[in-house]
Design a protein around this ligand. Structure first.
Ligand code: ADP
Ligand code: MG
Length: 349
């Protein structure tokens, strides 16, 4: 089957997701706060862009130093977790065929530990051992070949996927595989984790008001300038261009979106998204265009958005309602996009 069209906004590690930073202003808070300087840091990491806005604490940080610290931190995380760098910890672990504990950084161990929790919560819909399938479908470091893979190759790759054959320990931090062909792809959770790590780095310097965006993964605490709440836009799942579907105000939380519209290819009129169902070995095919979720940590939000994207509009929605998560599911219908917010999401407005 020939590929009719391919869409990849970026050729490397991760691709822009839906939620985008809009602005840091809205209704004034009740008490006027003394104006603190709003600092903006920006750069590139993990195949996408990042932006960090924060209010200076009482003893202000030197902006150049903050930029350098954040840049170095992100570089360190990318070097640990990228599937696009053959010498990253994750790639070296994937290539390792032994069954002994393999030493990794504390960050990598924490990301894997969190990933395993999300795998349990989603019944394996989220699974970082999905790596062979991601590569087979052309969403890894090597671009799609222009064909959908043969049935047998899908079945073969699927047999190498199972998060229960991956183990993690935190002290000392290490990973272990119980079958040699297990390999790891942290693309669906690393950006979120990076947001939490940047937040911790700022907090160490006394910062208590910030908005961090790593690609589409957002993390906020406190408020913006003059005590105004941070507001973020949830994008419409458009293939081309950008438009805002909803605006939400956030305080001390993280929001992530996973969708089928920023990174996919089409073959014979069908859309093949970069989110893969580990149970079928295939890109998801339901009519869920995207799902946005609010959680306490950005790592959890990032991973869970992907997990819910795999579970789809019915099972995913039911799981979100059961746990009381604030989620906005956007479905494709003949008439256009249809919103399916959970009760907890409705309360955000
Ligand atoms: P983005 O990377 O665009 O922010 P996601 O967070 O949803 O979007 O991550 C998608 C990436 O996650 C894919 O490109 C792939 O590398 C990986 N992936 C695909 N399916 C799964 C899955 N079921 N579980 C975990 N990771 C996945
Ligand atoms: Mg994700």
């Amino acid at each position: 089957m020939m590929m009719n069209g391919i869409r990849k906004l970026e050729a490397c590690a991760t691709v822009l997701t839906a939620a985008c930073l809009l602005a840091a202003a809205s209704a004034p808070a009740q008490e006027p706060k003394p104006a603190a300087e709003l600092v903006t840091l920006a750069g590139r990491t993990m195949g996408t862009t990042y932006s960090v806005k924060f209010l200076q604490p009482p003893s202000p940080m030197a902006v150049e130093r903050a930029q350098q610290e954040v840049g170095e931190l992100l570089e360190q995380l990318e070097q640990a977790m990228s599937t696009y760098r053959e010498d990253s910890e994750v790639c070296r672990f994937s290539a390792y065929r032994g069954s002994d504990w393999f030493a990794v950084s504390a960050d990598t161990a924490r990301v894997v530990e969190e990933s395993q929790r999300v795998s349990e919560l989603t019944g394996g819909a989220f699974d970082v051992t999905v790596d062979p399938l991601v590569r087979l479908w052309g969403f890894g470091p090597r671009r799609a070949t222009g064909e959908t893979p043969p049935e047998q190759a899908v079945a073969e790759a699927r047999r190498k996927v199972d998060y229960r054959r991956l183990q993690v320990r935190l002290d000392p931090p290490a990973l272990r595989k119980t079958s040699p062909e297990i390999s790891v792809d942290l693309s669906a959770v690393a950006k979120g984790y990076a947001g939490d790590a940047v937040a911790a780095c700022l907090e160490k310097s006394g910062v208590t008001h910030y908005l961090i965006a790593i690609g589409g993964e957002l993390k906020v605490r406190g408020h913006g300038s003059q005590g105004r709440p941070w507001r973020v836009g949830v994008d419409k799942p458009l293939d081309d261009g950008r438009a805002v579907q909803r605006i939400i105000e956030l305080k001390d939380s993280a929001v992530s979106t996973s969708g089928d519209y920023r990174n996919f290819f089409t073959a014979n009129g069908r859309r093949f998204s970069h989110v893969i169902d580990p149970h079928t070995g295939r890109p998801v095919t339901h009519n869920l265009a995207c799902v946005t979720i609010v959680q306490e940590t950005s790592a959890r939000a990032d991973a869970m958005a992907t997990g819910l994207m795999v579970l789809g509009p019915d099972a995913g929605y039911a799981l979100a309602v059961k746990h009381g998560w604030a989620c906005l599911f956007i479905l494709r219908a003949d008439s256009g996009f249809v919103e399916k917010p959970t009760p907890a999401f409705e309360k955000l407005r």
